[in-house]
Design a binder for this molecule. Structure first.
Ligand SMILES: [Zn+2]
Length: 303
């Protein structure tokens, strides 16, 4: 049984991958992750070991969805050769062929190497040749489009999350796929966005500062703050941690405030008892305190 109906593989199962077309141009082709990986490895292997660059035929010539199969059939019918394209819903490019999983690709210059060599490399990468009638030599198939090719058999047992992460990395490097936890955006797209964001200058007091400079400055400030707040404070001959010093200062301020309040109340009570004007006495006390404290400057905030 095939996993999906012909031409109906869900988008979530498909990736775009880059390959060269017959014009020598890079083109994005659509396939399952596994088929993209097999085709890429196959083409790379032939290039490395035979010195021949194989091309994928430009157009929807790896995965071909139902609508594209309709279009292909119409195109060949108009050329008077309707049999050159499969009846819509039956193409081996559609993810299913004769009831089994199948994803085909058209290799434009399959004859650039001897046929036996072509077959040997295809087989090595899990691809089958000459499997449709009438014979189409350029047409190679992946009979396992939903299982990733073995990448060397490490024998490691991985969690499903680790497998997903590895698949994402594989996609990013080899087939330009999508990254996980990222709304299906491609990794290269995410990287491009990060690059754009970090290359925009930051506004600081009306001036544009490069992000890199801002990061450097922030780092310097953070390091300075860390140094300041971890360096003990000298108090007399003793070193006191900053935290302790802050706590002590708070206590001291509260004590001073309580003393001043109490003194003020006492003086006012005394003034009333002696028949004096409490406001005049309070003013005299205030002036005296101000005079005594004129060299001390600190602000005390009360609630
Ligand atoms: Zn084909």
């Amino acid at each position: 049984m095939a996993r999906y109906r012909n031409g109906r593989i869900p988008a979530s199962q498909l990736v775009w991958f880059w390959a060269l077309n017959q014009y020598g141009k890079r083109e994005r082709f659509r396939a399952t992750r596994a088929t993209a990986a097999r085709l890429t490895a196959f083409i790379d292997d032939v290039k490395t070991n035979e010195g021949v660059q194989l091309y994928i035929t430009s157009g929807p010539n790896v995965y071909r969805d139902y609508g594209q199969q309709v279009g292909m059939r119409a195109k060949y019918a108009a050329l008077g050769k309707p049999l050159q394209a499969a009846y819509p819903g039956t193409s081996s490019h559609g993810g299913e062929y004769r009831g089994r999983d199948s994803l085909a690709a058209d290799i434009y210059n399959y004859d650039a190497i001897p046929w036996a060599t072509f077959v040997k490399y295809a087989k090595k990468h899990g691809l089958i040749t000459n499997f449709v009638t009438p014979t189409e030599y350029w047409h190679i198939g992946d009979p396992n489009p939903f299982s990733m090719p073995s990448t060397g058999g490490t024998g490691l047992k991985l969690s499903s999350r680790a497998e997903k992460q590895i698949a994402s990395i594989f996609d990013a490097i080899f087939v330009g796929g999508t990254s996980m936890d990222d709304d299906g955006r491609s990794i290269s797209q995410s990287l491009a966005e990060i690059r754009t964001l970090t290359s925009k200058p930051i506004q600081r007091d009306g001036k544009d500062i490069p992000v890199r400079q801002d990061n450097a400055d922030t780092g310097t400030i953070v390091r300075e703050i860390r140094t300041l707040t971890t360096t003990p404070i000298k108090r007399g001959d003793k070193e006191v941690p900053v935290r302790q010093d802050n706590a002590d200062t708070g206590t001291l301020v509260r004590e001073v405030l309580a003393t001043v309040k109490a003194q003020k109340a006492a003086i006012e009570a005394l003034a009333v008892a002696k028949g004096a004007d409490p406001d005049a006495i309070a003013k005299a006390v205030e002036d005296g305190v101000k005079q005594a404290m004129k060299d001390v400057s600190f602000t005390v905030e009360t609630d």
